[in-house]
Design a protein around this ligand. Structure first.
Ligand SMILES: [Zn+2]
Length: 95
């Protein structure tokens, strides 16, 4: 019979959950979905596309490509980062 446990889920929506509140709070600081990290996962410039997969509209970069010595082009602390909310406003202006 399985044992029921309590777990804590990341507030930034990355899907991660851990068994202690302290460990998930620590994760949230470094989570790439945390807007404070200015990482691709929370960026309004990131486009998910059938043709390109994960694409950065600002840097015109395939985020899934594997440059030498790196797993992908995914970044954090990016100077081009914009919130997804601002992206919606930009698109509304263009219409
Ligand atoms: Zn997270």
């Amino acid at each position: 019979m399985p044992v029921k446990i309590t777990a804590y889920e990341c507030v930034h929506g990355c899907g991660k959950y851990l068994k202690t509140k302290k460990s998930i709070v620590n994760h949230e600081l470094y989570c790439f979905w945390n807007p404070a990290r200015k990482a691709c996962m929370s960026c309004g410039n990131r486009i998910m596309d059938d043709e390109y997969g994960s694409w950065c509209d600002a840097l015109e970069l395939d985020l899934n490509a594997q440059p030498p010595g790196r797993k992908s082009n995914l970044k954090n602390g990016c100077s081009q980062w914009i919130s997804k909310h601002n992206k919606s406003l930009k698109q509304a202006d263009a219409v």
